[in-house]
Ligand binder design. Structure first.
Ligand SMILES: [Zn+2]
Length: 491
């Protein structure tokens, strides 16, 4: 008997441990049955699920889905003009941000004898700039914190194209002056950049390329801040814990205004700046109104060729063809050595360049809302974007000057999906393009692509089931003024 028991003990132990193992497997199996199996058995791919959602979703549900979706990068974004009006007001009246610099706006224009002011209403100046004005003009300015509620509303509206009668003129002639000295204060402007990083990260972006002119900062006495010091301030601000916590990678393009009389020497300085700070400044851009003939692309052929004799590996993203009139600006800009083209809205009118760009590696940075609101393509349905995308020209979506559009990246995707019926594969290809064609150093670019692919897989798994409407209700959605006005979302 004793012998028998001795024989049985290992056997019992074996049986018990096997049962434990079995129980563990059973638990895993039941988890699989309850959780994943229905999704697997439905044999539905995410592209199919996306089509089902597009059919069944309300506009707000589709908007929520596109907000929650991973989006890669924004490769075309202008420093200062990308900041939301409400953020400017909040940050510019926070002494911790401005370090006691005070901002005033021309809220109360008057008829001042012998003075004709060209400053638009709500031009914003810092204290030192207001103090040097003649007394009558000085009285036109009110501290941002002392505005009446009506003036606050008008101030905020003045920084946006929020009325149908506003367009290119309002944008180019007024909004820059209204941002005014707020954009020249290095502490305020860099705080606004971090505010943008947080907002873009919340809608699924991981990377931003920001176009910086200068940087042209002034101190609280109105004296210019040296470019090197300006770069140092930007660099240090990006290293602060709140900026780091956004998870966003930011790089800058040294940007030159094309119609400026000394644009050529600005291009030379831009090369010098990029070559000194290659970890932060990754390329060069040319911006500004193209219809102003003084800044036509061919003017810069010589200077870019000269710069290429001195510097290697500095890529170019240049605005070109942002026009409603036919033209060869994109071709002329490729001749400057452009790697990427900003807008390219008139490319369809230049057939040989269109053919050259098919299946090639020049990316077009499309901004649907910008082109609509500045009336280069007043009807989004007429935009060449789907043609670029579907004949094989690399393209991505960008926010450009979203502060003025009162919009975000979700709005760009919502406009693209609802006007051009984008498939899931097309959305992911656009997201991947926005990282593949970025000018970030290749290890950073590869990391961002890996992170994007992982985030896309996680997103697909989350929304593959029939419970997507419940999942979407949990998305914390900030209001976009553009989406509210144009699409009636959030009403
Ligand atoms: Zn632009």
């Amino acid at each position: 008997m004793l012998f028998w028991l001795r024989q049985q003990r290992p056997m019992t132990r074996f049986l018990r441990s096997s049962f434990k193992l079995y129980r563990r497997q059973l638990a895993w199996l039941s988890l699989l049955v309850v959780g994943l199996l229905p999704r697997i058995l439905s044999a539905r791919t995410f592209p199919q699920q996306f089509e089902r959602i597009k059919q069944a979703a309300t506009r707000e549900q589709l908007y929520r889905l596109l907000y929650a979706m991973p989006k890669g990068g924004d490769l075309h974004q202008h420093f200062n003009l990308a900041n939301l009006a409400e953020s400017w007001l909040l940050l510019a009246t926070d002494p911790k941000v401005t370090r006691n610099n005070v901002f005033y706006t021309r809220a109360r224009p008057r008829d001042c004898p012998n003075i004709t002011s060209t400053a638009p209403r709500f031009t914003t100046l810092q204290k030192s700039s207001v103090e040097i004005l003649p007394p009558c003009q000085r009285d036109e300015y009110v501290a941002l914190s002392a505005m009446t509620p009506e003036e606050r509303a008008l101030f905020v509206s003045g920084l946006k194209l929020d009325r149908d009668d506003e367009g290119r003129q309002e944008f180019f002639d007024a909004i820059g002056s209204r941002i005014g000295d707020m954009g020249r204060d290095p502490n305020l402007a860099s705080a606004a950049l971090v505010d943008n990083m947080r907002r873009f990260a919340a809608e699924g972006l991981r990377y931003m390329e920001v176009f910086v002119i200068g940087p042209k900062f002034i101190d609280i006495y109105g004296q210019p801040v040296a470019v090197e010091r300006g770069v140092q301030i930007l660099r240090e601000r990006l290293m602060t814990p709140d900026a780091q916590a956004t998870g966003m990678t930011v790089r800058f393009l040294a940007t030159v205004v094309r119609h400026h009389p000394d644009a050529e020497s600005q291009i030379e300085r831009a090369y010098e700046l990029v070559s000194k700070h290659r970890d932060l400044f990754v390329g060069i851009n040319i911006a500004g109104r193209e219809e102003d003939g003084r800044g036509h692309a061919l003017r810069f052929v010589d200077v870019f060729r000269r710069m290429r004799t001195r510097y290697g590996g500095i890529p170019l993203s240049l605005h070109a063809g942002e026009s409603e009139a036919p033209g060869t600006q994109v071709k002329d800009t490729l001749l400057l050595g452009a790697n990427r083209i900003g807008h390219g809205t008139n490319l369809l009118s230049d057939q040989s360049t269109l053919l050259l760009m098919r299946g090639n590696h020049y990316l077009i940075e499309t901004s649907l809302l910008s082109n609509q609101l500045l009336k280069y393509v007043p009807d989004i349905k007429q935009h060449p974007f789907p043609e670029f995308l579907r004949i094989g020209i690399p393209v991505c979506l960008n926010t450009d000057d979203r502060g003025a559009w009162d919009s975000n990246m979700t709005d760009e995707f919502f406009a693209a999906v609802t006007n051009f019926n984008l498939s899931w594969e097309e959305i992911v290809a656009i997201g991947r393009n926005s990282l593949t064609y970025s000018f970030a150093e290749s290890p950073v670019r590869e990391r961002l692509l890996r992170e994007y692919d992982t985030a896309v897989k996680r997103f697909e798994l989350l929304y593959i089931g029939d419970d997507w409407p419940e999942k979407l209700r949990q998305v914390n959605l900030p209001k976009s003024g553009y989406a509210k006005r144009k699409w009636g979302i959030f009403e």
